[in-house]
Ligand binder design. Structure first.
Ligand code: NAD
Ligand code: ZN
Length: 342
């Protein structure tokens, strides 16, 4: 099969002919239809310090996908060839305290698809049946392809109640863009998006942001008066990984507010803890998706009218992977999709 492979330590990716993944009795083999490019894939492609520490080549990369089941292991009875599915990219141990208690998103032994095991940027991918999510008939295949990052957005956006609240989203990358639509859908009063990139600010407005500001030009508190906000934000979603964005968010919260932190900083961040204490803020880290409550909420919200499609801006056949990666890296994009059927 054709697959996008990190062949050796160092920058670059190669489209290679590799054997189909082997599968065990509990596994499902999926013919990949479409995939989404994640920041993780860009890190692996460019071979940054995180990738150099983490990735053991040769490795088929990629974890955001939708596909059709072609084969199931002998133990698998819930799925059949022909089913349209996506995969939860975190393969958990199943045996630790958290897994046994049904808190699989907290498993400390998680192995990432396309990170610690062969991934989905390929014509076929194999996963344990417990990592497979069955789609409903008629699901938009492009939306289905990005259930993984959509799940990050939903997990973050549902961390604190948003009904009638004023919400800050810092970082309008693909995940911040989806979170904007979710916050709207879940009844926020105002959704203020902070993002230095003008292309992405325009997309944020399309996704339902009340206002999208450039944090280099305006302070967050500048919008309070025009939005009839008394004190500050009730809920913040940090989706940039940027130190200043997190500090600005904390500095503009109302007392008792909740800050959900999804963005992954590349270095330590110092914070004014007095501000967190005196305002009695709750800071909550968000990793991955809850298995499978987040997936359930994602499905039901989409089927009830939530529209995340405008966050998808570019499509390429997998043979044009270099152009697809360039588009994802450029910042002049939302989510970039690769088509594995052409
Ligand atoms: P992205 O890099 O495409 O988007 C981040 C955005 O933040 C960019 O558009 C950038 O311009 C913007 N930004 C930079 N500095 C800013 C500032 N000071 N204020 C406001 N915005 C600023 O990333 P993405 O794919 O949308 O992912 C969002 C974040 O979530 C990333 O940090 C990513 O590493 C992280 N992530 C975490 C998880 C998890 O499980 N915790 C999963 C996926 C991604
Ligand atoms: Zn576990």
């Amino acid at each position: 099969m054709q697959a996008l492979v990190k062949m050796a330590a160092g920058p670059g990716l190669e489209l290679r002919d590799v054997p189909r993944p082997t599968m065990g009795i509990n596994d499902v083999l999926v013919r990949v239809l479409r995939t989404g490019i994640c920041g993780t894939d860009l890190h692996i492609e460019s071979w940054d310090p995180w990738a150099a520490r983490t990735i053991k080549p040769p490795l088929v990369i990629g974890h955001e996908f939708v596909g059709e089941i072609v084969e199931v292991g002998a133990n698998v009875s819930d799925f059949q060839p022909g089913d349209l599915v996506s995969g939860e990219g975190h393969v958990v141990c199943g045996r630790c305290r958290h897994c046994l208690a049904g808190r699989r998103h907290l498993c400390p032994h998680t192995i990432g698809l396309g990170v610690g095991r062969h991934g989905a940027f390929a014509e076929f991918v194999a996963l344990p049946m417990t990592n497979i999510w069955h789609h409903w008939p008629g699901v938009d295949p492009e939306v289905a392809a990005i259930f993984d990052p959509f799940g990050n957005a939903v997990h973050t956006a549902l961390a604190f109640p948003t009904l009638a609240e004023d919400v800050l989203i810092s970082g309008a990358g693909p995940i911040g863009l989806m979170a904007t639509a979710i916050a709207r859908f879940t009844g926020a009063r105002h959704v203020v998006v902070s993002e230095p990139n003008a292309y992405r600010r325009a997309l944020a407005l399309q996704m339902g942001a009340t206002v999208a500001i450039d944090p280099r030009e305006r302070k967050l508190s500048d919008v309070f008066e025009e939005l009839d906000m008394v004190e500050g934000f009730d809920v913040a979603m940090e989706m940039s990984g940027d130190a200043r964005a997190l500090r600005d968010a904390i500095g503009s919260m109302a007392h008792g507010g909740g800050v959900a932190i999804l963005g992954l900083p590349t270095a330590e961040i110092s914070l004014d803890v007095n501000e967190i204490v005196m305002k009695m803020l709750t800071l909550r880290g968000i990793y991955g998706r809850e298995m499978y409550e987040t997936w359930y909420k994602m499905t039901v919200m989409l089927r009830s009218g939530l529209d995340i499609k405008p966050a998808i801006t570019h499509r390429f056949p997998f043979t044009e992977h270099a152009a697809a990666f360039d588009a994802a890296r450029s910042g002049e994009s939302g989510k970039v999709i690769m088509d594995w059927t052409t």
